[in-house]
Design a protein. Sequence first.
Length: 341
Amino acid sequence: MRIAVIGAGLSGLSFAHSSRLFADIHLFEKSRGVGGRLATRRAADYEFDHGAQFFTCRSKSLKSLLKGDDFQSAVSEWQPKLVTLAPDSETLKRTWFEPHYVGVPSMTAFPKRLARGLALSYSTRVREITRCGNRWQLKDGNGYELGVFDWVVSATPAPQVAMLFGARFFEHSLVEEAQMSPCIALMIALKDRPQLDFEAAIAQQSPISWLAINNSKPARSTVRFGLVVHSSNEWARAHIDEEQTAIENQLLAALNQLVDPDFLSIQEIHLQRWRYAKVEKAVGKEFLIDEENRLAAVGDWCLGNRAEDAFVSGCALAEHLERLLSGSQGLSSTLKSNLSE
Ligand SMILES: Cc1cc2nc3c(=O)[nH]c(=O)nc-3n(C[C@H](O)[C@H](O)[C@H](O)COP(=O)(O)OP(=O)(O)OC[C@H]3O[C@@H](n4cnc5c(N)ncnc54)[C@H](O)[C@@H]3O)c2cc1C
């Protein structure tokens, strides 16, 4: 049984990792590395986790994976000095009430570990899926054929699932119900260690929603210090298409209202526009599946807005497909005849 997985973010990787023993899996990823929004940007000698800042571990599936020796060295708990900041307001200390994890030595270490041993085509954007008998032919943007598969799993943000599968996906109306909002990340390389009395902050009443000293995470550089600043989703929605310098200037002005600029010696700035950053409205199902057409979709947007939701979504589809393909569930007659071919 050949299964194509479109997208090597956490949901695509957790699906592929969990299905690798019962199916022939091939992942296609449009960028040059794995992880999707669990991302690390390298710029000169600096590193920034500019997407997800941490992830939780509440589910049985993630807990049992992280207990394994393979994963223990790729993930560690992060316990920053955490505060709430707002312009002209007192800094308030905050506490997390559950462990928060990060990849080590960078956020992508976790997805990289999940991807070990999997068949993966990088820099390959799937543009089209077309029928080829009762299987699926995948093509890239140049019309180049990427292979024929029995099943296609989209592990991309909801708007990209809608583009790839369209109305032929039985669950397309649910895909369209999911709503996602953008975020802009500023990555600030510093000349020296920042003179701040916190390591991560939730910002309020500001275009900024979050800032963190990347080096406060375990196993990061102790020499090159970087600050990651996230805009609020609302601010990003209004400003995402503006010119880079205009965005940088506005976010730096907002930063100066939260933090004394004398405490930060800025060397250079990088920017990332995340168009589909946060799930505003999730579907409320672990995954979506169209058994007649042999199409399925996974992602954070199925369940919630956390990286762990993406992980759980991928695992849940893998468990379901394993049961389905082993014939232990009641299948429709069309599907049974398709599967037996
Ligand atoms: C700025 C930001 C901050 C966040 N902070 C947190 C946080 O602190 N804690 C937390 O739990 N979560 C956080 N999140 C959310 C978390 O990152 C996501 O929930 C999770 O990473 C989603 O994983 P995914 O696999 O569903 O999607 P993605 O990570 O988006 O993966 C989708 C993959 O599909 C690829 N792709 C898309 N289209 C195609 C195509 N046509 N062909 C081939 N490949 C394709 C993309 O390149 C990408 O790699 C944050 C997200 C952002 C952006």
